[in-house]
Design a protein around this ligand. Structure first.
Ligand SMILES: C[C@@](CO)(OP(=O)(O)O)[C@H](O)COP(=O)(O)OP(=O)(O)OC[C@H]1O[C@@H](n2ccc(N)nc2=O)[C@H](O)[C@@H]1O
Ligand SMILES: Nc1ncnc2c1ncn2[C@@H]1O[C@H](COP(=O)(O)OP(=O)(O)O)[C@@H](O)[C@H]1O
Length: 307
């Protein structure tokens, strides 16, 4: 019998405890929404979605160092200029964990962020940085919180944080927080980064947005894929995104991820993807990365399991 190319997967099991060195560098992967259907809207205005998340092996890097002090300090070193440290989702993750343990004085930590994932691109960099901080600090501070507890803190910081906390590619429903682990083919994606910053709230509040896509069952959705309901609105408002989709679509089926701005197309082999990326207009930004069903963060942390 042939194994299907896509289906429901077992959830990864995070190790209960790990002995991490006092200075450790961990990845925060980007994600793609391989389809994004809007199937309704809640009374509070939030939209009900059906989406497929897959990770990319294209990552920010976060280095965590315990400084030896015990004064509740969380220092963030980063080149991000537009977001103040206390507003950064990395520091917010640490503060939430501290708030959950008011009776403990947790070790001070210095976190150095090497930012590679384009911001506001629909590739989830902020949410992923947040999830890596939740997971890493849970181990480093020996809090023994469960993945469910971390995902619950995560969703209060951003709708996309839980998928990064759980570590599986996923079929998502609700506002994106009801997750079913899945496996999918792992192609090489060409990702183009149009030079525009798109506000998620602005796209979701657009009157023309399709909000009544047909509700799909998981099996046909994994088999057939889908489209992105935000894409027509974004393409009409941002010519940079429209041009990027039209250009990449010459080579393969192309879609936008999340509420944009990044657009992507998948290819079977890396060489083809790199060849296509090299043909893009010189002033455009982009990268090639492989789709991953298991988060690169989980794979990296598995190296620290004591045998
Ligand atoms: C739709 C997705 C798909 O991945 O888009 P991207 O952000 O990745 O582009 C995400 O779930 C987005 O998640 P995130 O970016 O964390 O959104 P949030 O900060 O929670 O919400 C920003 C705003 O978008 C709107 N919003 C968000 C999610 C949702 N399911 N319905 C909404 O209507 C709300 O107005 C909210 O105030
Ligand atoms: N560590 C972080 N990395 C990126 N963005 C962050 C971070 N912390 C807070 N933010 C805020 O979150 C917003 C959305 O971030 P991002 O995850 O890059 O977008 P998207 O969800 O479109 O992929 C940014 O514009 C920024 O203001």
């Amino acid at each position: 019998m042939n194994t299907p190319a896509a289906g429901i997967a077992p959830a990864v099991v995070w190790p209960e405890s790990l002995s991490l060195p006092s200075s450790v560098t961990l990845p925060a992967p980007a994600k793609l929404n391989l389809m994004l259907h809007i199937v309704g809207q809640r009374e509070d205005g939030y939209h009900l979605l059906q989406t497929q998340f897959q990770f990319l092996d294209f990552c920010d890097q976060l280095t965590f160092e315990l400084t030896g002090e015990h004064s509740g300090g969380i220092e963030l070193i980063s080149e991000m200029k537009d977001v103040a440290a206390e507003e950064n989702l990395i520091v917010k993750a640490g503060r939430q964990l501290q708030r959950c343990h008011p009776d403990r004085i947790l070790p001070d930590v210095r976190i150095t962020l090497e930012k590679r994932i384009p911001m506001g691109g629909g590739v989830g960099g902020g949410s992923s940085d947040c999830a890596t901080a939740l997971i890493a600090l849970n181990y480093l501070w020996q809090l023994n919180m469960t993945v469910d507890q971390l995902a619950e803190i995560g969703v209060s910081l951003g709708a996309d944080v839980p998928v990064f906390v759980r570590g599986n590619a996923a079929w998502a429903e609700g506002i994106g927080e009801q997750l079913t682990p899945i496996y999918l083919p792992e192609p090489y994606f060409v990702v183009l980064i149009p030079d525009c910053h798109i506000s998620t709230a602005k796209i979701f509040s657009n009157k023309e947005l399709t909000r009544d896509s047909r509700i799909m069952k998981i099996a046909p959705a994994l088999e057939q894929g889908g489209h992105n309901d935000c894409e027509p609105i974004v393409r009409s408002l941002y010519p940079e995104v429209d041009e990027a989709v039209s250009w990449l679509a010459q080579f393969s089926k192309t879609q936008m991820t999340g509420t944009g701005a990044c657009v992507f197309a998948g290819f079977k082999d890396k060489e083809t993807a790199i060849k296509i990326l090299c043909q893009k207009p010189e002033n455009w930004q982009g990268f090639v990365a492989q789709g991953k069903n298991i988060s690169p963060l989980f794979s990296k942390l598995s190296e620290f399991i004591e045998s």
